[in-house]
Design a binder for this molecule. Structure first.
Ligand code: NAD
Ligand code: ZN
Length: 379
């Protein structure tokens, strides 16, 4: 089959690989029809992880069930399904509590919790930027889609990651109706956090970034764009909230935070959130803070550790929630919001490309070229 393979930093190629197939009786084989490129793929693409060459990338997948293992009972050939990026077993203590991003059995290393498709450090599972994807524990990990699946495919494929991840960020921040919310980062994840806050009844949503195309999208959904190339974003948030700061904050950038002046600081957004959120407010963090980089200088290697201002955070009595999104936990509800027309996350999509053009999709998305907000690939 054809698949997008990681061959080294900024070297991804569409090539022939052995066909994905059923390996366990609980597996489901899915013919992929839509698969997105994610900001998380860029950590691997740019060579900041210890991913070995040969991995098929792609953790935001949707398709049609092509074959099921003998032990599969809930999905059948022909079903249209969306696949959460995390792979859960469904029966460990964490999966039972809905913490499917921290499944205790799927990752082969017992010291690790959580597994994912096509992801450095998250197990050996190939991703779905390919013609076919093997889905372990298919009964648990396939979200069946309703009859409008084909018409709304670019909406439903956002259920695999960024829509639930944005939603998760607002839940980590304990956002309530009427709250004001500030989101750092207007990438696909930050924009979905802002959108989730709007849907859940935030009174005011502010989104900080500097890319005009991304800030325009924030404005289009009713959020207030805050351009940090025009001045200190913290001051702009305080000005917009009567000097108190936002009730809740969302971190959707991660350790590669930098500012328009070119200053890099992995703790930048966390410290700006502490300053931008009111006393006793909550902060949700979904941006990734990678602990190491095989090829990096010492300074970069330390980037999982950040110079977070614990003193100010403590003094303000704030709370923080972190981690990968338990996608499965939100999927049924968010699917139904889409089905009922209450959510249309496809507004984030800027480009739809055939899998054969994935390499150019990666280049443009990685360069954050104007207008390249979210790329959907169709194998
Ligand atoms: P992205 O790289 O497309 O977007 C990041 C945005 O942050 C960019 O628009 C960039 O201009 C902006 N930015 C950089 N520095 C900033 C600063 N100091 N202040 C404000 N904005 C700043 O990535 P994405 O796809 O939106 O993903 C965002 C993060 O979320 C990544 O770290 C990704 O790995 C992570 N992620 C986490 C989960 C999860 O489950 N927790 C899931 C998906 C993605
Ligand atoms: Zn993703």
């Amino acid at each position: 089959m054809k698949a997008l393979v990681y061959d080294g930093p900024r070297e991804v190629h569409v090539k022939d690989v052995p066909d994905a197939r059923i390996e366990q009786p609980t597996d489901v084989l899915v013919k992929i029809t839509s698969t997105n490129i994610c900001g998380s793929d860029l950590h691997m693409y740019e060579g900041r992880t210890d991913l070995e060459p040969g991995m098929v990338l792609g953790h935001e997948n949707l398709g049609i069930v092509a074959e099921v293992g003998d032990a599969v009972v809930k999905v059948a050939t022909g079903d249209r399904v969306c696949l959460p990026f995390n792979i859960g077993c469904g029966f460990c203590r964490n999966c039972e509590e809905g913490l499917t991003a921290f499944c205790l059995t799927v990752h082969p290393d017992p010291a690790m919790a959580g597994a994912a498709f096509g992801f450095a450090g998250m197990g050996p599972f190939w991703g779905g930027q390919a013609e076919y994807l093997r889905v372990p524990f298919g009964d648990f990990n396939c979200l069946r889609l309703p009859e409008d699946a084909q018409d709304k495919e670019t909406d439903y494929v956002m259920l695999s990651d960024i829509f639930p991840t944005g939603w998760h960020c607002t839940r980590l921040a304990d956002m309530r109706p009427g709250d004001s919310v500030v989101v750092y980062g207007a990438g696909p994840v930050g924009l979905m956090a802002a959108y989730s806050a709007m849907i859940q009844g935030a009174s005011q949503v502010m989104v900080v970034d500097r890319h005009p195309d991304r800030l325009r999208l924030a404005e289009r959904i009713g959020a207030t764009p805050i351009d940090d190339s025009r001045g200190d974003p913290v001051e702009q948030v305080l000005d917009a909230t009567g000097g108190h700061g936002a009730d809740k904050g969302c971190e959707c950038v991660g350790y590669q935070a930098h500012d328009p002046q070119g200053h890099e600081d992995a703790a930048m957004t966390m410290n700006r959130l502490v300053d931008s959120v009111r006393f006793t407010g909550h902060i949700g963090v979904v941006g990734i803070f990678l602990p190491q980089d095989r090829n990096a200088s010492d300074e970069l290697e330390r980037k999982g550790k950040i110079a977070f201002d614990m003193g100010k955070f403590w003094f303000k009595g704030q709370k923080v929630g972190t981690g990968q999104a338990n996608v499965k936990h939100y999927n049924r509800q968010l699917r139904d919001l889409i089905h009922q027309g209450r959510a249309t996350p496809s507004w984030i999509v800027s480009h739809e490309l055939p899998l054969a053009e994935a390499e150019s999709g990666y280049q443009h998305f990685d360069a954050r070229d104007d207008g390249w907000t979210k790329v959907v690939l169709h194998p």
